[in-house]
Design a protein around this ligand. Structure first.
Ligand SMILES: *Cc1c(COP(=O)(O)O)cnc(C)c1O
Length: 831
């Protein structure tokens, strides 16, 4: 659906500058995701740290002509002769108003889903249940925020027969805006949990806030057995206009008169059958291929909504049996023959395809490799397949895809619609993996996007390099969440250096750097020049600081634009000499002061005059920043010493600044300091451990990033009296089951964890290391644990904090994380 620019101007109540005609089909809030410039309307949002207005010149150059702004650029008529600027008071509110007016165009069932957990599962399952009979528009992934909801609602078009949208809140007051945009006819509350509790005074307050979504809905769906929800409904009643009534579809296992009475829940080995009576009608059943509590409860919510929208009980049962688990993960893996594989098993539809294509397009790739898309049939009922695949083709082309592989009968039938020079089609996965096309994939970035039931897992298994069964899984979304967590303690204008030394604390510097660059951090810092050069060769263009520059590597630094730290007169002289020899001037460097660590750095009391004098009498290098490092910002008992360090730094760095006209950035806070000494954040902070999910002050997990996993190779019964492992150290005192796992001290599993000093997790249960840990293998005690060969084992990560290991080893988590050896494959994903 498109709107003329006049119409948009009226809808959002803007004042227009510029008089070009335009039709708006796309909304953009993030300049990096631009795809169709001519039809795009850019909203220049101001968030805590960023201001969309800064991207207007770049977007104009790339062809965008329509902007919603709070300030119209000066001289717009001459600088942007072809543009329309719509001036409003608040761009986020304008975005929300536009979505709201767009919503008004639709007289169809709209489902709004809120709750603490399960929103995405309910949304995706509703999609699976409804889409066989009607065209569903739903929020992509978990777009449920103040920005995500309007972008989702905007996706509704002429074909949409039902809309399904998530609404997520983290603070009081946020639901009101979301409700106005979604205007659900059916509002759903999944449950009330503990998430984000810190911003609410009580669970009831949180419940009532979520129930703001209920206020104008015709129908509401909820768990009637939760007393808190009953309490919250009273509050909703008080808001309903007099005389209005609302259809209340609560589900209950206790109350036979409940609109959705759940008579029984029968769990079998891998499926559950639910017997229900809906609105006092006949008794019916459906089964789902899951047995966990969350899936069962969410399926009941979905059943109510589907029945309410008009799915028959028989169809419901048939579709429920086929429900698929939701894969939110988008994984990046090294493939064979120089390929990189981006595997997105998230449901295949055009919106999620666009998000995955955008992800691929935005990740820099130095080698200039081809971008290939392997795509299954897209399930989207109600849309003309020709139009659908023409749209797919258009999107893929715009996002840089040069090779297209379609798999499935429907996509093959639409081969003509795909306007990409290199294209291949196969009826099924089997035909593809036996083809020449499959065997000749070389040096490509491959996006694999297919609905589960097409067997795309098989393709990914074949494409990925066969590796050691031990992997370090790195959650890129958690890295971003941690980045935002620390940014929330910082003033918007304070700059940030992200420390990715030691291969990003073991997580893998290249992929972490790509993610950080995408999130616009100001500096990346690595230890040595070679690490910086590797980043550059992988397409990283951010500023890079070298913390331990070697005198032998100045040329590398100059060649790759890497900015060294300078900590001594010897280094300073050598660097000036090298730069002069190359004819380089004003090369940025970072001056380190020693305020008490006594490791590296100039003495802020004794060296400053000489340092300033030397810097003033040359023009090869120029101080870009000056910094020092706390020795104990993570412990209160060193607060006095930290204050002393800060005073020394403050005086020394100010002295340096005074001697120069240009701004020299001052920085001293590390992860712990950002939180603990907010008033010492100065111009810039340096974030290390916190980025990787560990709070250095409490050792608690923020958002876990790295999970080290392996699998059980072999299991055996070992009778009492026998021993396990070298030197007969693992004495077995009662009959036991021992499993061998392919990870040893050569992988970074410290030998001191052996002999029952620590444990790993097997199917959620603790299994101790028995006997000495070997070089490549360790043995664990799985007596009494329900497990088998091939099962997954967590060494540390999501369920077993790495600090458990570092505490046993009497060391810090930094050492454990950076000790994971290179042969352990890193696998990246985002959810
Ligand atoms: C490693 C390092 C940091 C980051 O420290 P964290 O405790 O991991 O936040 C900051 N500054 C310097 C100079 C470092 O070497």
């Amino acid at each position: 659906m498109t709107y003329t620019i006049e119409k948009v101007t009226t809808l959002i109540g803007a004042r227009r500058y510029g008089d070009r005609d335009a039709n708006i089909g796309f909304i953009l809030t993030d300049s990096r995701s631009l795809c169709f410039p001519e039809e795009t309307l850019f909203f220049a949002l101001k968030t805590g740290r960023n201001d969309g207005h800064n991207y207007i010149p770049e977007l104009y150059r790339r062809g965008v002509r329509n902007f919603v702004v709070t300030e119209v650029p000066k001289g717009y008529a001459s600088d942007y002769p072809e543009a329309n600027f719509l001036k409003v008071v608040n761009t986020l509110e304008a975005l929300q108003r536009l979505a709201e007016r767009h919503r008004d165009e639709f007289d169809i069932p709209i489902v709004g889903i809120t709750g603490s957990n399960g929103k995405t599962m309910v949304k995706e399952w509703l999609y699976q249940l409804l889409s066989p009979q009607m065209y569903v528009t739903r929020s992509p992934r978990s777009y449920n925020s103040q920005i995500g909801v309007p972008l989702s609602v905007w996706l509704m078009n002429e074909q949409t027969k039902v809309g399904v949208f998530e609404a997520g809140i983290s603070e009081p007051g946020e639901m009101l805006a979301l409700r106005d945009i979604i205007q659900p006819t059916i509002a759903v509350l999944t449950n009330i949990g503990e998430a984000h509790q810190k911003n609410f005074s009580s669970k009831l307050q949180k419940c009532e806030e979520k129930m703001v979504l209920f206020h104008d809905a015709q129908t509401v769906v909820y768990d009637a057995d939760d007393p808190l929800v009953e309490e919250g409904l009273k509050h909703v009643d008080s808001k309903l206009p007099n005389g209005d009534s609302q259809e209340r579809l609560g589900w209950s296992m206790k109350d036979k008169k409940a609109p959705m009475y759940i008579k029984s829940i029968e769990k079998k080995e891998s499926a559950t059958t639910i017997t229900y009576i809906y609105k006092g009608g006949e008794e019916n059943k459906y089964s789902i291929p899951f047995i966990d509590e969350a899936s069962i409860k969410n399926s009941i919510i979905c059943a109510i909504v589907a029945l309410r929208i008009g799915v028959s009980a028989d169809d419901l049962d048939e579709r429920m049996q086929k429900l698929e688990a939701i894969a939110m993960r988008l994984e990046v893996k090294e493939g064979q023959h120089g390929c990189t594989l981006i595997n997105d098993s998230y449901n295949s539809d055009i919106n999620s395809l666009d998000i995955a294509l955008d992800f691929m397009n935005r990740r820099p790739d130095h080698k200039g490799r081809r971008r290939t898309l392997i795509l299954s049939d897209i399930q989207q009922s109600g849309e003309d397949p020709r139009e659908l695949y023409a749209e797919v083709s258009n999107l893929a082309r715009k996002r840089g895809v040069v090779k297209f592989i379609g798999i499935g009968p429907e996509i093959s039938a639409q081969a003509d619609e795909i306007q990409i020079a290199e294209k291949f089609f196969f009826k099924g996965v089997e035909q593809f993996i036996h083809s020449e096309v499959f065997h000749s994939l070389r040096d490509e970035v491959i996006l694999l996007k297919g609905a589960r039931n097409y067997g795309f897992d098989q393709i990914s298994e074949l494409l990925v390099e066969k590796v050691h069964e031990t992997t370090l899984e790195v959650n890129l979304s958690a890295v971003v969440a941690n980045l935002n967590y620390y940014r929330s303690f910082m003033k918007p204008e304070t700059k940030l250096v992200c420390m990715i030394k030691a291969d990003a604390y073991g997580a893998g510097a290249v992929e972490i750097a790509k993610t950080l660059q995408d999130h616009r951090v100001d500096y990346l810092a690595v230890a040595v020049a070679d690490e910086g050069a590797t980043l550059r060769r992988n397409g990283i263009t951010s500023n890079i600081m070298i913390m331990n520059p070697e005198m032998t590597a100045f040329k590398t630094m100059f060649d790759y634009d890497l900015e060294p730290e300078v900590y001594s007169f010897r280094l300073l002289e050598a660097l000036i000499k090298a730069a002069e020899k190359e004819g380089i001037t004003d090369y940025p460097v970072h001056i380190k002061l020693d305020t008490g660590m006594h490791r590296l750095g100039f003495d802020p009391e004794k060296d400053m005059d000489k340092l300033i004098d030397r810097l003033k009498h040359q023009n090869a290098i120029i101080p870009r920043s000056v910094f020092s490092h706390f020795v104990g910002s993570d412990e209160d008992k060193f607060d006095d010493f930290s204050a002393h360090q800060f005073a020394l730094f403050d005086a020394g760095s100010k002295k340096l600044q005074t001697a120069f006209d240009h701004k020299i950035l001052r920085h001293i806070d590390n992860s712990a300091g950002i939180e603990h000494f907010p008033d010492r954040q100065l111009d810039m902070c340096r974030l290390g451990l916190g980025l990787y999910g560990i709070d250095p002050r409490t050792n608690e997990t923020i958002n876990n990033v790295s999970t080290l996993k392996t699998t059980i190779l072999q299991m055996r019964h070992v009778p009492a009296g026998d021993t396990v492992g070298y030197s007969r150290k693992g004495v077995i005192d009662h009959d036991s089951v021992i499993a061998a796992i392919p990870i040893g001290y050569a992988d970074g599993l410290n030998r001191h964890l052996g002999n029952r000093h620590c444990y790993c997790l097997v199917n959620g249960k603790k299994a101790e290391y028995v006997g000495n840990i070997c070089m490549d293998v360790a043995m664990i005690d799985v007596t009494g644990i329900d497990c088998k060969e091939g099962d997954s084992v967590e060494i540390f990560g999501d369920h077993l904090p790495v600090t458990v290991l570092s505490n046993v080893l009497d060391t810090i988590p930094y050492e454990v994380l950076t000790g994971i050896s290179n042969r352990v494959k890193r696998v990246y994903f985002q959810d």
